[in-house]
Structure formats: structure tokens, C-alpha cells
Design a binder for this molecule. Structure first.
Ligand SMILES: Cc1ncc(COP(=O)(O)O)c(C=O)c1O
Length: 453
């Protein structure tokens, strides 16, 4: 596993979820209690791992779902337009979020692409986005032939620093895309205030934030449009899949038209091929699978919150480990549970060495996102014929140079450690293994720093 790559975030999630619930040696009574194990030799140096037996498998399948799934396949009505199953899911998901409408899509990426188009992000526009995100947030903007312009990252929250947004606005800026990373809500009030002041659209990347809440409302209805992912690793998975939510009937009709080859929809009518569109549709079977999991999502969200609250209280006691701060009156859903790591309290053991030592103790974890803007895709984009036609050489140079001036993001990329959501579904004894492993690695950090390459 290379925990530093976002592709491997998904591999990471897969490899951390194989095996059954970890009750192994605890249940067998052969091993000492976790806290006594903290002083024993680190697993990486030949000792016994604190946690054995793996973690909860993800995604989960329930036999009880099989009759409903078979019914769809046997009906031969698989395409969105053949039946009402997609619409049923959309209604239920909208209700769960307090949205007026929901449109299911083929993926979170296509949800963002459709949303950006409908909010009139066009070639040569600029969209201000959090740099600390999965690469799809950048790519969706680039696919509109628009520039993803980065705001600063607040190291305390890992989300966009709202105070930095205004300074990134140019006469080309069309929209803001706050990302509720790891299911932690961005501080939306000041973000919406800047948007209102400058007449900008707001599209929430809520791809990791199903049921997250800010000031009593769910993420996904806090801006003009909210976009979700239902990819396999997600809390509500259907292999691939996505959704757009909104309080605006009209915007969702427009999204529906664009995602369905430009066909008229609801309040958005015309004759012939009156509007552009592509095929970004979800299938009936995906929608049935999603609808079957809605109650499970609600229950597991509460469980993850309880586990995260417990970890946050305990981690705050460990020198060198800093839990993340949420905006006031908000509730995260913890697609990953992150904390900040300070190697000064671990005899200089680097963040990646720490993650290696923890993984050897049976606690898979890692740094998640890197400074992806330095990795080539944006260089390739701005060197392309299209982008060179759309912006002056001076603007593209300024844009590229601005990556070096971003505040907070490098620090966050270098010091964040995260565990995946399935660990939060374990029982308290297993959560205690996470804490015990951190203490054990800290106790032995001097020796580990010397021996891990
Ligand atoms: C923050 C974020 N944005 C966008 C996406 C894209 O979603 P999808 O993989 O469903 O296309 C993801 C998926 O991991 C994501 O985490």
C-alpha cells in the first residue's frame, strides 16, 4: 500500500477491510490486554501486532437484498428510462437530505461535471476549489475547460479557508467548489457570503459527505447544487454512482436534461435538440441497491460519529496527535477519520514511518492526499492548445506560480494521518487498539525512527 496516493485510498480501503471482525486473540484470551501490550516490542521490530484479524469488510452484502436485486435483473428493465426505480431512490435520498430534488448520476465525477455545466461554468472560466481533495474535483473543473483555482487550506479543519477565497476571485471566476473532505463540512456561511457578494455559484463537492450537517442542514443543500459519490468505497456504495441535490427544482431539471443527452425535463422544455447533453445516467439496479442501503447508512453514520467522538476525546490526550476541528454546530460523517501528526513528539519518526509502524500493528492508516497540483496534470492542462487559447500566457504563468504561495495545504498534506471509515464501525475494544497502537509506536519511536527506511 502506498497510503500517499489517492488511487491507493481506494486500494487502502479495500485492503483494510478484508477479513472478519477483529475479535481474534482478544476472544481467545491468549494475549494480554491492549494497554499492557503498549510497552512490548513494536510489530515492525518483530513484536506482536496490537490488533489482529483485520477489520470489517467493505462494501457489505446482505442476503436479504437478493430478492429485490433479482427482481430488477429478471424484469429486463435495466436502463433508467425503463422503470421508476431510479426515481424512487431519488425521492428517498432527497427526503433524507431535506433537498427539494435529487438526480442520480453515473458517478460523483459526472455529478460534478453536470453541475458545473448547469451553473454555467464555461470554457475560459475559473472555479475556486479546495486543493485538499480527491483529484476528481480538479478534473471535473478541467473537463469544462475551466481553471481550478486553489484557495488556502485551514490546517485545523483540513477544509478550505473561507477567508482566502476573496483574494482568488478574478473577472473570470464563475463558481466556488467547497469540498467537504472526509465528510467534514466546510464552514459554509462565510463561503456563501463571498459567493453572494461576488455573484458566484456554489457547487458543494459532497462526494464524501452523505448526511453530514452544518448549522442544522445537510451538506448537499447548502449551496446551489451538491454532488455525491456512491463508488464502492463510499458509505452508500453501488460500485459506481452519484447524485446531485438541490433546493431548486429548475436547476435539477436542467441537470436531468444535460445528463440525459439533452432531453427536455420538467420545467426545462424546448423542441428538437434544443440543448446540449451527454449520457451520465445511472442504472435501475444501482438505484435499487442504493435504496436498500439507506437505513443502514443512517444507522452506521451514528455509529461512526460515536466512535469518532470517542477517538477525538482520547487522541487529544496524546502529545503530538491533534484531532481535527469542525465548524461550530456541524456534524461530520467521517469517510476517513483524520488527525494531525507532529513528529517532534515521536523522536523525529516521520509521518510515513509512523503510518508504516501503525499498519504493522494491525491499524492501517496513512497520509491521504499529496500536493497534487505539482504532479503534472495542471501543467499538461495549461500547456494544451485549448487552455493557451483561452488565457493569456501571463495569467497561466501567474496561475502556475500561485501553487507555491498556497497556505496551509502543504502542511496538511505532510502531517495528516487518517484511518478509514470501516474501523469506526468496530466495537470499543478494537477502537482501543488504535489508541494503544499509537501509544506503543510513541513509546518506541526512537528505535523505530532508526530502523524504518
Ligand atoms: C471529494 C471527491 N470528489 C469527487 C469524487 C468523485 O466521485 P466518483 O469516484 O464517484 O467519480 C470523489 C470520489 O472519491 C471524492 O472523494
Amino acid at each position: 500500500m502506498n497510503p500517499d496516493s489517492t488511487v491507493s485510498r481506494r486500494q487502502f480501503i479495500r485492503t483494510t477491510t478484508t477479513g472478519s471482525l477483529a475479535l481474534g486473540w482478544l476472544a481467545s484470551g491468549q494475549a494480554p490486554a491492549a494497554f499492557a501490550a503498549e510497552t512490548s516490542k513494536p510489530a515492525l521490530l518483530g513484536g506482536t501486532p496490537i490488533h489482529q484479524g483485520g477489520w470489517m469488510h467493505w462494501p457489505q452484502w446482505r442476503e436479504a437484498w437478493e430478492p429485490e436485486m433479482l427482481k430488477v435483473y429478471r424484469s429486463g428493465k435495466w436502463f433508467r428510462g425503463s422503470d421508476q426505480r431510479v426515481a424512487e431512490f431519488e425521492q428517498d435520498y432527497a427526503r433524507l437530505l431535506g433537498a427539494k430534488r435529487c438526480l442520480a448520476t453515473a458517478s460523483g465525477t459526472t455529478a460534478l461535471m453536470v453541475g458545473l455545466h448547469v451553473l454555467d461554468v464555461d470554457a475560459g472560466d475559473e472555479v475556486i476549489v479546495s486543493p485538499y481533495t480527491f483529484i476528481a474535483s480538479y478534473n471535473a473543473i478541467l473537463s469544462c475547460k475551466a481553471l481550478p483555482v486553489f484557495a488556502d487550506t485551514d490546517p485545523a479543519t483540513l477544509t478550505v479557508d473561507p477567508a482566502s477565497i476573496a483574494s482568488r476571485i478574478t473577472d473570470r471566476t464563475r463558481a466556488l467548489m467547497p469540498v467537504h473532505i472526509f465528510g467534514m463540512p466546510c464552514d459554509m456561511d462565510p463561503i456563501n457570503a463571498v459567493a453572494r457578494q461576488h455573484n458566484l455559484a456554489v457547487i458543494e463537492d459532497a462526494c464524501q459527505a452523505w448526511l453530514a450537517e452544518y448549522h442544522g442542514r445537510k451538506c448537499g443543500i447548502l449551496g446551489d447544487l451538491g454532488c455525491f459519490s456512491f463508488q464502492e468505497s463510499k458509505h452508500l456504495p453501488s460500485g459506481e454512482g452519484g447524485a446531485i441535490t438541490s433546493l431548486s427544482e429548475e436547476l435539477i431539471d436542467r441537470c436531468d436534461a444535460f445528463h440525459n443527452c439533452g432531453r427536455a425535463s420538467g420545467t426545462f422544455q424546448g423542441s428538437g435538440y434544443f440543448t446540449r447533453g451527454n449520457n451520465y445516467r445511472i442504472t435501475q439496479a444501482q438505484a435499487v441497491l442504493l435504496r436498500l442501503q439507506l437505513d443502514k447508512l443512517v444507522q452506521e453514520t451514528e455509529r461512526r460519529r460515536q466512535s469518532a467522538d470517542y477517538l477525538t476525546r482520547q487522541l487529544a490526550q496524546i502529545p503530538g496527535i491533534t484531532p481535527v476541528r469542525l465548524p461550530e454546530n456541524s456534524r461530520a460523517v467521517w469517510h476517513l477519520y483524520p488527525f494531525r501528526y507532529d513528529s517532534a513528539h515521536f523522536h523525529g519518526l516521520s509521518r510515513d514511518q509512523f503510518a508504516k509502524a501503525m499498519s504493522a500493528e494491525g491499524i492501517p492508516c496513512g497520509g491521504i492526499y499529496r500536493e497534487q497540483y505539482n504532479e503534472g496534470l495542471l501543467d499538461e492542462a495549461i500547456a494544451s492548445r485549448g487552455f493557451k487559447r483561452l488565457w493569456s500566457a501571463q495569467r497561466l504563468k501567474e496561475y502556475r506560480d500561485s501553487f507555491q504561495e498556497l497556505k496551509g495545504n502543504r502542511q496538511v498534506c505532510e502531517t495528516t494521518v487518517a484511518i478509514t471509515q470501516n474501523l469506526l464501525l468496530a466495537d470499543q475494544a478494537d477502537l482501543d487498539h488504535i489508541l494503544a497502537a499509537i501509544r506503543k509506536v510513541q513509546t518506541h519511536s526512537a528505535a523505530l525512527a532508526k530502523s524504518i527506511s
